[in-house]
Design a protein around this ligand. Structure first.
Ligand code: GTP
Ligand code: MG
Length: 170
């Protein structure tokens, strides 16, 4: 196992899926029901103590709007891990993730650790993507998989501890 003092994590996915909300829930344990769409990118950091070793998570929250797509490489460059987020009530946001996986394979850091977050799982009545579909996509992509809710704080912390564990294990 490798100790790391810092780990760069990038959040990727369509606009509106809840990337900023996941970062905000994790870092400040708050939720804004009407948060603003991210411009460019934003950055947050948080110390995590994993299996006794402290590690600083540097979280780059990218902007999902298409006009910012060309900026993404600046943020995934040098990243140890990526969180690929879709909104489980919006099939199109799930379909978009394949493109991110392909792009990371082609141009991303070698050996980047991946995790798929099916966000907004508090909105079960609006579900458009079955758990099995999400899990299968994650498995094919070599990623861990969690259904998350930034709103209800479900599985948000687990994403980060899992990523840090997987990075430290490498
Ligand atoms: P961009 O910055 O445009 O890429 O979007 P984003 O992925 O950062 O989405 P953001 O976090 O701004 O969330 C979009 C909307 O979804 C906001 O109104 C949030 O309050 C809402 N939202 C985020 N996460 C959840 C969740 O887990 N459950 C519910 N019900 N709403 C959520
Ligand atoms: Mg955002």
């Amino acid at each position: 196992a490798q100790r790391c003092r810092e780990i760069k994590i990038v959040l990727l996915g369509d606009s509106g899926v809840g990337k900023s909300s996941i970062a905000q829930r994790y870092v400040t344990d708050t939720f804004r029901p009407h948060g603003e769409s991210t411009i460019g990118a934003s950055f947050m950091s948080k110390m995590i103590v994993n299996n006794g070793s402290p590690c600083k998570c540097q979280i780059w929250d990218t902007a999902g709007q298409e006009k910012y797509h060309s900026l993404a490489p600046m943020y995934y460059r040098g990243a140890a891990a990526a969180i690929l987020v879709y909104d489980m009530t919006k099939k199109s946001s799930f379909e978009k993730l394949q493109k991110w996986v392909d792009e990371l394979k082609e141009r991303g850091p070698e050996g980047i650790v991946l995790c798929v977050a099916a966000n907004k799982c508090d909105l079960e009545e609006g579900r458009e993507v079955e758990v099995a579909e999400g899990a299968e996509f994650a498995q094919k992509s070599g990623a861990d998989f969690f259904e998350t809710s930034a709103k209800n704080d479900e599985n948000v912390g687990r994403i980060f501890t899992t990523l840090v564990t997987n990075v430290q294990r490498k």
